[in-house]
Ligand binder design. Structure first.
Ligand SMILES: NC(=O)c1ccc[n+]([C@@H]2O[C@H](COP(=O)([O-])OP(=O)(O)OC[C@H]3O[C@@H](n4cnc5c(N)ncnc54)[C@H](O)[C@@H]3O)[C@@H](O)[C@H]2O)c1
Length: 328
């Protein structure tokens, strides 16, 4: 049985990846310090013999006993509200955490895939973004803590690949959504769904002409799985290129939820990218991957998931208290 360590296992993407690798017959070791994640996302796995969980901060030294074939490094705050509240933790997990996991990969002779992001392109001057675009990032802006941590993460990963011969993979993830996202985390889909569930008007920042493209989680997990098992070490964009303006998307949500809300406009936050769309030609040619789930189907499943949560679960999904972590 192949063994895989998944960091960020209790988070949105990490928990779906745990499900995927369990289904594919792997022994899965989940690791998470629960700073933004929730054990509820993986509690269904605790009864399985082939699943183990460690509550550990990967910015500290990481030890795992026994053989390890693969590592997926997904631990990191991922949403604007989170990383603006825990900037130092975000920088540490992208830098120190990645260093620790690359060290572990080297020691165990394991292949490691790290979760990078479309944010490495910053507010892009090239559209859609191909992997050879270097990006347009404000190092000292509020979002710099995330963007630069991820850019450093890519650099140190390539250095371990070139200098130590570690087998590395880099996925540049574009906006992904689905069940187990947290509500009210600053990202547009949970923000709109949260507002729809609470019967509030939908907030659009700026005039809503900025675009996003949203990838359903099952497609994202499939792309990551294929990349891990490929022999390709350069970064690969995984996302859905189908682009929509935020204003049109808000109107789609109103139609989907059948609510009577209006759309209200607020000023655009600093460094909010105007356009975001992956070029996925590399994923198509190297991995034979492209997204399959359309937005209507993906959004319906996601909305139904949030509707099925109890009021306590919804409350937990909306409010995270970072005070204890920020003292560390
Ligand atoms: N969801 C997206 O659309 C998206 C887009 C681009 C990149 N990503 C990347 O994918 C990864 C997962 O994102 P997500 O959306 O699932 O976020 P998430 O917040 O749901 O999950 C991240 C998980 O990492 C854990 N974590 C954070 N710091 C840690 C630390 N120091 N030690 C151990 N665990 C720690 C959190 O508790 C959480 O469970 C992140 O690296 C993120 O940058 C996600």
């Amino acid at each position: 049985m192949k063994s895989i360590l998944i960091t960020g296992a209790a988070g949105f993407l990490g928990s779906h990846l745990c499900d995927k690798f369990i289904k594919e017959g792997y022994r899965v070791i989940g690791m998470d310090n629960l700073i933004t994640g929730d054990l509820k996302n993986i509690e269904h796995l605790f009864k399985l013999e082939q699943f183990e969980f460690y509550n550990h901060d990967v910015s500290k030294f990481v030890h795992v006993a026994g053989k390890l074939d693969y590592i997926l490094h997904f631990a990191s705050p991922a949403s604007p509200i989170d990383y603006l509240k825990i900037p130092i933790q975000t920088l540490k997990v992208g830098s120190l955490g990645t260093h620790n996991l690359l060290g572990l990969a080297k020691e165990k002779n394991a292949r490691i895939l790290i979760a990078s992001t479309s944010e490495v392109y910053g507010d892009p001057l090239v559209h859609p973004q191909t992997e050879d675009y270097y990006g347009n990032v404000n190092t000292i802006g509020p979002r710099g803590v995330y963007d630069e941590a991820k850019r450093f993460q890519e650099s140190i990963t390539m250095a371990y690949h070139r200098f130590h011969g570690v087998e590395t993979r880099i996925v540049r993830i574009f906006n992904t959504y689905g069940p187990r996202m947290r509500l009210n985390d600053g990202r547009v889909i949970p923000a709109f769904i949260g507002q729809a569930l609470r019967g509030e008007d939908l907030t659009v920042f700026g005039d809503g002409s900025q675009t996003r493209s949203f990838c359903y989680v099952d497609d994202q997990v499939d792309g990551i799985y294929k990349l891990l098992l490929s022999d390709y070490a350069e970064p690969v964009n995984i996302g859905n290129p189908h682009e929509i303006s935020i204003l049109d998307f808000a109107e789609e949500i109103i139609k989907l939820t059948g609510t009577k809300q209006k759309i209200v406009f607020k000023p655009l936050p600093k460094d909010d990218p105007m356009q975001r769309q992956p070029n996925i030609e590399r994923a198509k040619s190297v991995l034979g991957w492209e997204p399959k789930v359309n937005r209507e189907e993906g959004m319906r499943t996601t909305y139904n998931y949030f509707k099925s949560l109890t009021p306590e679960e919804l409350q937990r999904s909306e409010h995270k208290d970072f005070s204890a972590h920020n003292k560390k």
